[in-house]
Design a protein around this ligand. Structure first.
Ligand code: 5GP
Ligand code: MN
Length: 342
């Protein structure tokens, strides 16, 4: 764990401040839950917080309390720039390096003259003035809970904060099933329920909101699933045409990679999603056991993340990307087949 200048930060936050809170590009449940959870907490403390979201986030997160108060950097650029310019400090949540917010916003943040405070659980974070970083943590939302705890303010956690934090812990742990889910995670979750997080509603809001198109696209993705038992690997491809044919909306492919990992005996799963807008293939990797998809993605697909969940990208065509992926398997065979004993 890295804890840098916490006492200084705590004293700094004793006076009301203009605070901007930023999550990563293509925000997920943990990015939205942690930024909004911290937003509600700072508001309660008498600060003036503003959440600036780099770009669009999935429909299944729009119900989160406070989401209507956020600025989107790509859409509401003037307001976002103004909020950043007028802020005393910027909190960076659920990412480890400024490039994770996307080019335009990265440029703005690099020109920022005040201090950054990082709260994050990704590996190898860049250095910022204030840091609370722990790669053992299942989610940034759990870290925000511990941050509030360190500030001596657990009593201030209300239903809005609890709901936001519950959501990110739930989504980043695959509903409390990944290895990163500890007894402490469950204790935090229990406290959040006591503070007013309605767990049944949160699950339903996030997971029972599929459109017909999303389910059809899932059907297509499952048809495309390929299994390579020799390497305990499975992968899924989704093309632009398949997205278009199924009325694709942002967030529709979220979690689909887990179906590849759910095949018996599989230790590495990948999903390759064509993105014509960005002119690249977006990749998600998942693994079971000791095989680090963070390292695999860093070395081969300009990405990173965590040992068992990482992302990356490829500028090759879909066919070439898959070919490259398959060509990397023999050299990783030993690590793959010994990664996880059933
Ligand atoms: P996902 O596959 O859900 O997009 O991402 C899995 C994990 O890897 C998340 O924690 C995410 O923040 C991280 N991640 C996704 N894409 C990238 C990337 O391009 N670079 C890095 N460093 N991390 C990524
Ligand atoms: Mn996260």
């Amino acid at each position: 764990m890295i804890l840098k200048q916490f006492n200084e930060l705590q004293s700094y936050l004793e006076s009301p401040r203009n605070i901007v809170i930023v999550g990563h590009r293509n925000p997920d449940g943990d990015a939205m839950g942690s930024t909004l959870g911290l937003y509600h907490y700072f508001k309660k403390k008498g600060h003036q917080p503003t959440v600036v979201v780099p770009n669009e986030y999935p429909d299944f997160l729009h119900w989160l309390p406070g989401s209507q108060t956020t600025y989107r950097f790509d859409w509401q650029n003037t307001q976002s720039q103004r909020a950043i310019k007028n802020s005393d400090i910027i909190f960076l949540l659920d990412f480890n390096a400024l490039h994770r917010v996307g080019n335009d916003m990265q440029n703005t943040l690099e020109g920022y003259e005040n201090d950054f405070a990082l709260i994050d659980h990704h590996q190898q974070p860049d250095d910022f003035t204030y840091m609370f970083s722990d790669v053992e943590m299942c989610s940034t939302c759990q870290m925000v809970y511990h941050f509030i705890e360190k500030m001596g303010d657990v009593d201030l956690i209300d239903a809005a904060i609890a709901t936001c934090l519950y959501t990110g812990i739930m989504t980043d742990t695959g509903s409390f099933r990944f290895r990163s889910t500890t007894s402490l995670t469950h204790k935090v979750i229990a406290n959040l329920i006591d503070k007013g997080a309605e767990n049944d509603r949160i699950h339903s809001n996030v997971y029972d909101s599929s459109s017909y198109g999303r389910l059809q696209l899932l059907g297509q993705a499952l048809q495309n699933l390929k299994v390579l038992p020799e390497y305990k690997t499975a992968y899924i491809t989704i093309t632009e045409a398949e997205k278009a044919a199924n009325n694709f909306k942002k967030g529709d492919t979220e979690g689909v990679v887990n179906y590849a990992l759910s095949v018996a005996g599989i230790v590495m799963a990948a999903i390759f999603i064509e993105d014509e807008g960005q002119n690249l293939i977006k990749i998600s990797f998942r693994s079971k056991g000791s095989f680090s998809v963070n390292q695999f993605s860093r070395e081969n697909f300009s990405g990173g993340g965590h040992d068992n969940a990482a992302g990356g990208k490829s500028l090759l065509s879909m066919a070439e990307t898959v070919e490259k992926f398959i060509s990397l398997l023999p050299e990783n065979k030993e690590k793959l087949v010994t990664s996880y004993e059933e």
